[in-house]
Write a protein that binds this ligand. Structure first.
Ligand code: PLP
Length: 413
């Protein structure tokens, strides 16, 4: 097995730093011998990894193509222009900024472009699936802005649109944020646009999770509705870890200045090149088929989990995400995750709306990249339920996981 899948670096690293090479190999082994069900993760392609491990990592490039603070940027300028053009064309956006180091820094830049400290912002509350950047007191967002949380309906688990409208009318926020770390259903961007227009607010879509599905035509796009769309490039989109921002031409300059020089310094050119590779991959029919399969797999997984007696939030999913309460099997999410981790099934806990206990969050982006389909989703659900119930002990479960993933290597030799 090769250490990195970036051909120009793999052998060098093994020779020069066997200690670190061993660690990389260990992680590659962990990823390929256990089941990756973390909804925010994926396996990016060897081409994306090659760009990440390229000589562009050496280049300092503060500023934007054609207007850099450093010399020698003529080649990386081409790479960034390519990434921007591909992002614009992939998402039908007038403007794209591909420099944000992460999803959180993209959100920070969106706020910096549109808001002033102390402004009121409406966003999904953290107990209902809002991200840290949507008003957590432990995050810059909660410290610098006055967040008003909306929630989800206690019965259906769906975003409470009546509450959103009422809160918007009462608090007249400067911006409304729609987007979540755990909401499994499509977001009604047209609804949020209507409310934002009614109260004179900006609409910020934090599409970190569904943006890959949007690229593949498997989820509605926020681009026609939101003033600013923030996203990550490493989830379903299958690119390098990083962020990006899409917006209309009228906000382009404000967004660019909010990213650099307001919230960041030099752009990471190797990551931007890797983003360009990922955008190129995401524009292919093969990626569209992948994105639709991700959703089909999540739907089967959700239905199979429900058949096992697990409560699936909102009764199913429209996306790559499934959130579920294992309580009917006799344990809470935290205990369930512990048992599943021991069995080689890697997933997250999540908040359960209107509940004291935590649930489980699963995603199908990575297993679908590996080539798994409906049959494997049913097998995963049955094994998961057996492990959570304590019926299948961890050694036997690990064997079954190894058998399952053995047929679907993420990076075939
Ligand atoms: C909705 C949402 N916003 C922002 C982020 C932050 O992304 P990052 O971890 O790259 O900072 C995430 C990450 O999961 C997310 O789901």
């Amino acid at each position: 097995m090769s250490v990195t899948h970036a051909p120009q670096t793999a052998d060098v690293l093994t020779r020069q730093d066997p200690e670190l090479a061993e660690i990389l190999l260990g992680e590659l082994h962990r990823q390929s011998s256990t089941l990756q069900l973390i909804a925010a993760e994926n396996f990016c392609s060897p081409a994306v990894l090659a760009a990440l491990g390229s000589a562009l990592a050496n280049k300092y490039a503060e500023g934007y193509p054609g207007a850099r603070h450093h010399g020698g940027c003529e080649i990386v300028d081409v790479a960034e222009r390519l990434a921007v053009d591909r992002a614009k064309s992939l998402f039908g956006a007038e403007h794209a900024n591909v420099q944000s180091h992460s999803g959180s820094s993209a959100v920070l830049a969106a706020y910096a472009a549109l808001l002033r400290p102390g402004d009121t912002v409406l966003a999904l509350g953290l107990p209902y699936g809002g991200h840290l950047t949507h008003g957590s007191p432990a995050n810059f967002s909660g410290r610098w802005f006055d967040f008003v949380p909306y929630g989800v309906d206690a019965e259906t688990g769906l975003i409470d649109h009546d509450q959103v409208r009422t809160l918007a009318r009462t608090h007249r926020p400067k911006a409304i944020v729609c987007g979540s770390i755990a909401y499994p259903r499509h977001i009604d961007y047209a609804f949020f646009r209507e409310v934002a227009d009614e109260v004179g607010a900006y609409l910020i879509a934090d599409a970190a999770h569904p943006i890959g599905l949007v690229a593949g035509g498997a989820a509605p796009s926020p681009v026609p509705y939101a003033d600013v769309v923030c996203a990550t490039t490493h989830k379903v989109l299958r690119g390098p870890r990083g962020g990006m921002i899409l917006c209309g031409g009228e906000l382009a300059e404000r967004v660019d200045r909010a990213v650099f020089p307001f919230t960041q310094g030099g752009a990471q050119m190797h990551t931007i090149a890797a983003k360009a590779v990922a955008f190129g991959e995401a524009a292919t029919p093969a990626f569209a088929a992948y994105a639709h399969q991700v959703v089909a797999n999540a739907r089967i997984l959700a239905a199979a989990l429900a058949d096992e007696g697990i409560v699936v939030t909102t009764g199913g999913t429209d996306t790559h995400l499934v959130t579920a309460d294992p309580a009917p099997l006799g344990v809470d999410g935290r205990t369930a995750r512990g048992r599943l981790t021991a069995a080689g099934m890697v997933l997250d806990c999540c908040a359960l709306p209107h509940a004291d206990t935590r649930g489980l969050r699963l995603g199908t982006a990575a297993v679908t990249t590996q080539g798994m389909a409906e049959k494997e989703m049913e097998r995963i659900a049955a094994l998961l339920a057996g492990v959570v119930r304590g019926e299948v002990e961890s050694v036997r479960a690990r064997e079954e996981v190894r058998d399952l993933v053995g047929g679907f290597p993420p990076y075939p030799a």
